[in-house]
Design a protein around this ligand. Sequence first.
Ligand code: GLC
Length: 618
Amino acid sequence: MKRLAGFSLLYMVLLICFIGGTVFASTELVENEEFKIIPDYMNPFLSIEEKVDKLLSVMTLEEKIGQMTQAERRYITPDEVYQYKIGSILSGGGSTPFSNTPEAWANMYDRFQKWAMKTRLKIPIIYGVDAVHGHNNLRGATIFPHNIGLGATRDPELVEKVGRITAKEVSATGPDWNFGPCVAVARDERWGRTYESFGEHPELQKLLAGAYVRGLQGPEAEMDGEYVVACAKHYVGDGGTEWGSGDGGYLIDRGDVTVDEKTLREIHLPGYIEAIEEGVGTIMVSFNSYQGVKMHAHKYLITDVLKGELGFDGFVVSDWNGINEISGYSYYEKVVKSVNAGIDMFMVPDSWKKFIYNLKQAVENGDVSEERINDAVRRILTVKFKAGLFEKPFTDRSHISLIGSEEHREVAREAVRKSLVLLKNENVLPLDKDSKIYVGGSNAEDIGSQCGGWTITWQGRSGDITEGTTVLEGIEAAIAGRGQVVNDLNQADVAVIVVGEDPYAEGRGDNGRLELKQEDISLLEKVTGAGKPVVVVMISGRPLIISDYIDDWDAFVMAWLPGTEGQGIADVLFGDYNFTGRLPVSWPEDVSQLPINYGDDDYDPLFEYGTGLKMDLE
Ligand code: GLC
């Protein structure tokens, strides 16, 4: 009895302390596991700021530098996460567990997290992925139109829903951080990342960036549970580089932005201002340079403007080994310059040991101050606390069934419909569901091309890469029981020819010609030569040069990169819905006009920014 009385007295004492929210002494009061001491920084009665202060105050330099380090899953083992106190892991584009199922993702995430939680201070990792149009690394996930198609919708409520669903499908498999939305303002369609942008005019980033962040993080920037931490990228000016100034072996990607600061602010900052307004947790620095200075070393724009003037209080993450591209310095000097420029976390996928070693040297040499380290770690820990990672470090697998669900795919189908832009229609649309339809073209039956880059693999690829509905399947479903898809052009009442690009990502998509594929040109010649009405649908990440061909077409629809729900295109072609999309970029008459943007003096495109026709459905 005495022993029981002793324990209940002790329990009462602890309970009073806990309720009183008094500061816990870190003494070993009892051995019994039931009464394990909760570390000061986990006291639920403290504010996040107080928890961060307490945690920071007991961290060693090694633990702090570990938090600033992000490794890629293929280049680190879970026990090394423990050994080096690593703060973050990422999956690069297409970097999936072998079986690439939701369960395998959750098991992978939890294995890394288990080892992080074995560290002295039990600071959880934050795991980042590029879910730039759905959880696009995961087979079977809902894949939405890429951002350029969302730009054509000009629909923030829809974009928020896209972000919301993306967050649900990502968090159901473990990862808690999405390297999105990309708020680039694509000023030159020759850039391989044009499709990652909402479009060429900052009014689109103003309209949609905050909505996407809200969808990902939650209306109050909760960032926890079914929400994830968002990342506005790539700061700043990634879409404004000069053709021919590309870096890393590319023609324009990662190049130099030469406009004056007033223009840089007017065109390329608005998306970040909106994201910050929405409480975005992270911002990723861009590979490009501004007036010859690499952004990864740009202290004025990162520290003075982004953190100071704009008041960004989340953390800044570098891009993939982005510090390596600060030319002209040793690796040690690149680390010093980029940390002192204001970057807080370093995406050093395969070079994380080298980074840790050099940053430790830099602090010990006094080249990087403890104050700068503490600022970076404070920002990182604050986001982790906000994201609920300390309280719930492991995957909540209860929502795995939502992944690729009919409900989610219906939203993606709506997004496809609203992204379509009608640019020509000479009384041939809407199509009649009782007609005989010839369907052809390189992208008529290709899920991989519909999705484009950043899908299952980094570059994406043509073919049957994931579950979804092709344009052809959508047309077949729309006319089932009434009309017929015919293989013989001569039997057809109308031809639908789906042309466009093969998938690509980043600088590999830099392209100075923007031509149609020869196979599509040849088919179009054959079809128009047969005297049949021709509806051309383009599936590509940007406008292609069509001036020499469009006169022979009866109708022309731009579908961008619609993702898995290709039936959204048939929904509109047959008039179940009207077109509402409008061009988010100018359509050049010829590549010699590029870059061409709304507001240019000699602005004379084939189709102007904002163009979009409707069908007469009366
Ligand atoms: C890439 C991209 C960036 C992406 C990161 C991680 O190089 O520039 O958008 O988030 O690496 O995959």
